[in-house]
Design a binder for this molecule. Structure first.
Ligand SMILES: Cc1cc2nc3c(=O)[nH]c(=O)nc-3n(C[C@H](O)[C@H](O)[C@H](O)COP(=O)(O)OP(=O)(O)OC[C@H]3O[C@@H](n4cnc5c(N)ncnc54)[C@H](O)[C@@H]3O)c2cc1C
Length: 338
């Protein structure tokens, strides 16, 4: 067997917002922390993409801070300009202010990762107990050992990882964890031949009754110099058309969006979020499924459908890990009230 490459006190799998806040909290408490993520960039679903000179946020569209802890997390990012207010929310009364990343959403994750040891393009493929430690294997043959592990991928992916590693979740907890569910979301990123017809003071809308849940003008939003829109299909449409040819599905969504676009499409890409936003989530903000050594499951599947919820789960995971001790949750799932 290969010698472990690296030992750390806490290993966090996932550099989305939940993993990053958990890692920062653990590091602040004095632990040596390592974060592994399979993606090429930071942020998971805080995702941005470019097509030529057009820029898109294609996962989370904006952040809102309803609780004081998340507001405090965002505060330095607002001060240094990583987050700026999206003027659409200033135009809509009685809504929490919406914050967008500058130059785009993935900058927020990059900023939260500052000072952390994050290894990107490192996909965790295996996990096993090695005495008092966890041994984490990567798809490229790397091996890491850790005194404790926090898993933050979408919950079905974390459970699959545990299953394939032969690490069992306590039987009483399994049905509750398996009840956590996510909506799929097909996203279309389209570069336009000219400015869209979306209202220029708002730049985004949530149409009703059709296949589109959300459409945002990335130029009005302030992240793209070139006219470009992000379109999110509804959960129902995404589920129904998930296995169909993505280019064709993209064309259908663009046809449905035509009244708000009013101009031709220069080019487009389609992205499918298999685990978009949780539609049912666990009522505890995280759960410990292994005690000695500790293994904690966290992420938005434990918290709710917003980045702020995912962050709360990350903080809860860090607190639970630091507290140590025994016991796992026996709570059940909640559903989104819509
Ligand atoms: C289309 C869409 C629109 C949204 N809009 C909003 C919005 O406007 N406002 C809002 O607040 N929220 C929004 N959300 C929700 C928000 O993006 C998520 O709740 C939040 O980003 C989840 O963070 P997370 O850290 O729990 O998970 P993720 O961001 O998914 O992070 C998990 C990470 O784990 C990594 N990973 C997975 N498996 C492995 C592995 N085997 N090895 C290594 N790494 C692995 C992934 O690469 C990923 O980076 C939206 C989500 C989607 C999909």
């Amino acid at each position: 067997m290969d010698e472990p490459q690296f030992h750390t006190q806490a290993l966090v799998i996932g550099a989305g917002i939940s993993g990053l806040v958990a890692a920062a909290e653990l590091q602040r408490a004095g632990l040596r922390v390592l974060v592994l993520d399979k993606g090429r960039g930071f942020g998971g679903r805080l995702a941005s993409r470019r097509i030529g000179d057009a820029a898109f946020d294609h996962g989370a569209q904006f952040l809102t801070a309803e609780g004081p802890r998340f507001a405090a997390l965002l505060e330095p990012l607002i001060r240094d300009g990583t987050l700026v207010s999206w003027k659409d929310s200033e135009a809509v009364p009685n809504q929490p202010l919406r914050w967008r990343g500058e130059p785009s959403m993935s900058a927020v994750a990059k900023r939260l990762a500052l000072g952390l040891d994050v290894r990107l393009e490192t996909s965790v493929s295996g996990l096993r107990r090695a005495g008092e430690r966890w041994c984490v294997e990567t798809a490229t043959g790397g091996t890491f050992t850790a005194d404790a592990v926090v898993l933050t991928p979408p919950l079905p992916q974390s459970l699959e990882l545990l299953r394939s590693a032969g690490c069992d979740v306590p039987a009483g907890l399994r049905p509750q964890l398996e009840a956590v569910d996510y909506d799929r979301c097909i996203a279309v990123l389209a570069v336009l031949e000219g400015p869209s017809q979306l209202p220029s003071d708002v730049g985004a809308m949530t149409p009703t009754g059709g296949p589109i849940a959300w459409i945002a003008d990335n130029r009005t939003k302030g992240i793209s110099r070139t006219p470009a829109v992000t379109i999110h299909a509804t959960a129902a449409f995404s589920l129904e058309h998930w296995d169909e040819d993505r280019t064709e599905v993209g064309r259908r969504l663009l046809a449905a969006a035509a009244p708000w676009l009013g101009v031709g499409i220069r080019e487009f890409q389609v992205h499918g979020w298999r685990f978009g936003r949780p539609s049912r989530w666990h009522t505890e903000p995280c759960v410990r499924v292994g005690e000695a050594p500790q293994l904690i499951l966290a992420g938005d599947g434990f918290a709710g459908p917003r980045a702020e919820d995912a962050a709360s789960s990350g903080w809860a995971a860090a607190a639970l890990l630091l507290k140590g001790g025994s016991g796992h949750s026996t709570a059940s799932t909640s559903a989104r009230p819509d």
